[in-house]
Design a protein around this ligand. Structure first.
Ligand SMILES: *Cc1c(COP(=O)(O)O)cnc(C)c1O
Length: 271
């Protein structure tokens, strides 16, 4: 679709994002990120209105989340369900604040997600789909979901391998409480922009392939891809949702691998 050999990753910026401590900091950071999204859209001939910015608040304290809310954020992304649930409980007064769980979920925690989340971006097994659907029926709720795809081939990343996605998607209409919105991926964490771009291209091509055969009611419009270090490349390649934490909230003290939940084999969710 597009090649912009000069768009680089910013993974080398790790730790360089200053902490946002005022509403003005959040407003400024949000508008800078939006401007970079708009510029990437312009390069790719896309409409910026087709890209949703999901601010990611993981590890940040409630006070920061409240500042982000005051700056206009109405949905926040969290990668660990207990942390997200705790924050949701503490911030019940903000009745129009919605939560997106973006990290791997163990089946036994489906109950928590079903209780409060508006969106879940890391669906990667039928067992989990079943558990979520059952709990959602009990709660009388429904949930927007994204199927997580491992586009980098790294064993340390969660998600279905691209070959397994078509059959997986065929099985999803059975789960009435899940509204399937599209695909999500984490690209290779690398300063090699071309290799990062290949992950995003792979996700877009997979969506095109799935659209030929997707069951009725499965929309697959969304591509959630790109984070602080690589969202401009993702937007050039068709992202409709970018998940951005550090460029809005400020750096996290530890490298990302520290926050991504344990090894995939830990709960047997991967063969
Ligand atoms: C933390 C996280 C992000 C955002 O990363 P930043 O570097 O803070 O922008 C995006 N997606 C997932 C799944 C994450 O866990």
């Amino acid at each position: 679709m597009f090649t912009a050999a000069d768009t680089q990753t910013r993974h080398d910026k790790h730790g360089c994002y200053p902490e946002a401590t005022t509403v003005e900091d959040f407003r400024r950071n949000l508008s800078r990120v939006q401007a970079r999204i708009a510029a990437a859209c312009h390069r790719a001939g896309r409409d910026p209105a087709d890209v949703r910015l999901l601010p990611v608040s993981k590890t940040k304290p409630e006070a920061s989340l409240r500042l982000a809310y005051a700056a206009g954020c109405r949905m926040l992304g969290e990668n660990k369900v207990q942390e997200a649930h705790r924050k949701w409980e503490a911030m019940q007064d903000l009745t129009d604040l919605r939560w997106s769980v973006i990290g791997h979920l163990q089946t036994n925690k489906a109950k928590l997600v079903a209780r409060f989340a508006a969106e879940f971006q890391a669906l990667d097994s039928l067992r989990l789909a079943e558990a979520l659907d059952r709990r959602l029926q009990i709660e009388g709720r429904s949930l927007d979901v994204f199927v997580q795809v491992n586009t980098s081939g790294e064993a340390s990343k969660y998600g279905l391998s691209p070959e397994d996605v078509p059959a997986f998607v065929q099985a999803l209409p059975a789960f009435c409480a899940l509204r399937v919105r599209g695909l999500m991926t984490l690209a290779l964490f690398s300063s090699d922009a071309e290799r990062v771009r290949q992950c995003f291209i792979r996700l877009r091509q997979l969506r095109a392939q799935l659209r030929q055969s997707a069951p009725a009611g499965i929309a697959l419009d969304e591509l959630s891809m790109g984070m602080s270090g690589d969202f401009e490349i993702a937007v050039e390649e068709g992202a409709t949702v970018v998940r951005v934490g550090q460029a809005i909230f400020g750096a996290r003290p530890m490298p990302d691998s520290h926050y991504w939940p344990g090894e995939p084999s830990a709960d047997g969710s991967r063969p």
